[in-house]
Design a protein. Structure first.
Length: 145
């Protein structure tokens, strides 16, 4: 059986019932796109916070911590107030150096969420002055964040 209907169009396409945006709407949308694109953090800005964690001891010190050694990694906060969401990691400025064991306990380990948040908050307070000294950040800038 031969299929038909793939030949040239016999009638013109109908116009869409939707109007094209006028110039003012187009410019307003362009401005909104520019504002959104300015808020994106570059990799270089975040990498300085991650680099500050290298070579540091474990600050989390969860139960069963081995001190870290070569396995110290930047541990991001799991709290929504620091920018954490479903499928979204917290901002890089909210990191604490932690060994692989403590990092696993904070992220996937058993225990109450409140206890994990409290342990991370204590570690972040201890890490703040060390990070400020290492990165050359003033203490007032840390308190604002």
């Amino acid at each position: 059986m031969k299929r038909s209907g793939f030949g040239p169009r016999k009638s013109t396409l109908k116009r869409s019932p939707f109007k094209l945006p006028d110039r003012q709407t187009f410019e307003r949308n362009q401005e909104a796109r520019k504002r959104v694109s300015r808020k994106k953090v570059t990799v270089a800005e975040g990498s300085k916070y991650l680099a500050a964690c290298r070579g540091e001891p474990c600050f989390l010190r969860m139960h069963g911590c081995f001190g870290g050694g070569d396995t110290v990694v930047p541990c991001h906060s799991n709290q929504a107030r620091h920018g954490k969401g479903m499928g979204i990691k917290a901002k890089h400025e909210f990191t604490v150096p932690g060994c692989a064991n403590c990092h696993a306990l904070i992220d996937q380990g058993p225990g109450l969420r409140e206890h994990k948040f409290a342990a991370w908050d204590v570690a972040f307070e201890a890490w703040g002055p060390v990070r400020a000294r290492k990165m050359g950040i003033e203490q007032q800038e840390l308190e604002v964040a």
